[in-house]
Design a binder for this molecule. Structure first.
Ligand code: HEC
Ligand code: HEC
Length: 283
């Protein structure tokens, strides 16, 4: 009579065990479904940008907006990368801020090639390519031109290859910006009329002739030794060289009017006199 009792006890243990497993599986199923439901709804998202991001080849994802590497405009790059340190109200020390023409004038005077070299390789606290290693040379140039043309410059940006429409608007935008920017930049110099040599020097010659300029061959202001031989040529020759430009067979290149074609001869002369007289001259 023990047999049935034993069977009964055995049966109820199995029922409990199987029931436990069923409940465990049900809980796991619900947990998995809960954890993955977000993923499923993302995949169903079909906005254009979501689709573009999903079908982009690996390695070409750049701005997160579907623009391939090499075709980003100066404005796009500026607003994404350079703005961190070059915004008009940036607090980063020493960086020339966009639309602050006075901060840019001496830098612009170096010419686009020099600005590009500095931005490409890095320059003091300016990191190489602004820290964005994937920028192409043309893209970097576009960003520089975008920034400088808002700040008194008048450079031409390399066109955006495939997107000719974008390039056209970019170029006309830059032209419009430089039209408005050029006027106030030139104004203070022109207003000087009698030509304020110090002002012209500080705005347009200092980048290459400042006492601590790193430009090779240029005679630096207050470095009398740099000037002794040059002063012997006389004021007229120095002024002529500054106006017409001067290429020294020994290496240096003084661009005509320091690269500022809109300076009057009188303004250049005033700057030469100012510079020379700070450096041992007596004109
Ligand atoms: C992390 C901050 C930072 C970022 C990001 C940055 N810059 Fe700069 N940049 C600087 C600073 C600081 C200077 C000034 C260096 C000096 O002359 O002391 C500078 C200077 C420059 C100059 C002038 C160089 C010269 O010869 O006078 C150019 C051109 C320039 N940056 C371009 C760019 C471009 C284009 C970008 C975006 C792709 C960029 N920068 C992003 C900090 C930055
Ligand atoms: C982009 C750099 C640059 C800028 C900007 C620049 N210069 Fe020069 N300048 C030079 C270099 C380099 C030399 C030296 C050339 C040489 O090797 O004799 C020079 C030489 C000169 C000389 C001496 C010429 C001679 O016969 O010895 C004068 C004068 C002069 N610059 C005036 C000016 C004035 C004025 C300005 C501003 C309106 C100016 N420079 C802006 C680079 C520059």
């Amino acid at each position: 009579m023990n047999q049935p009792n034993n069977n009964k006890a055995h049966g109820s243990a199995i029922t409990t065990f199987v029931g436990g497993i069923v409940i465990l599986l049900a809980v796991l199923f619900l947990l998995v479904k809960l954890a993955t439901s977000g993923y499923y709804s993302d995949v169903q998202e079909s906005s254009q940008s979501a689709t573009e991001t999903r079908i982009m080849p690996a390695g070409s994802i750049a701005m997160g907006d579907g623009t391939p590497v090499g075709e980003r405009t100066g404005e796009q790059i500026f607003n994404k990368i350079c703005i961190q340190c070059h915004a008009a109200d940036s607090l980063v020390p020493n960086s020339p801020k966009i639309t602050h023409n006075n901060e840019w004038a001496p830098r612009i005077a170096q010419g686009l090639d020099m600005l590009f070299t500095h931005a490409l390789n890095g320059f003091k606290a300016m990191p190489a390519k602004g820290g964005a290693a994937d920028l192409t040379d043309d893209e970097l140039k576009r960003a520089i031109v975008y920034m400088t043309n808002q700040s008194g410059g008048n450079f031409e940006a390399p066109a955006v290859g495939a997107a000719s429409d974008a390039a056209a608007t970019d170029a006309s935008g830059a032209a419009a910006a430089s039209d408005t920017a050029a006027a106030p930049a030139a104004a203070p110099v022109a207003v000087a009329g009698g030509a304020d040599g110090k002002k012209v020097f500080e705005g347009l010659c200092m980048a290459c002739h400042g006492a601590d300029s790193a430009i090779p061959f240029s005679p630096k202001i207050t470095h009398n030794a740099d000037w002794t031989e040059r002063l012997k040529q006389g004021k007229a020759t120095l002024v002529k060289h500054a106006i017409e430009g001067f290429t020294n067979p020994k290496g240096g290149v003084m661009p005509p009017k320091g690269g500022n074609a809109n300076l009057t001869d009188a303004e250049v002369e005033a700057a030469v006199v100012y510079m020379a007289n700070q450096s041992g001259g007596n004109f």
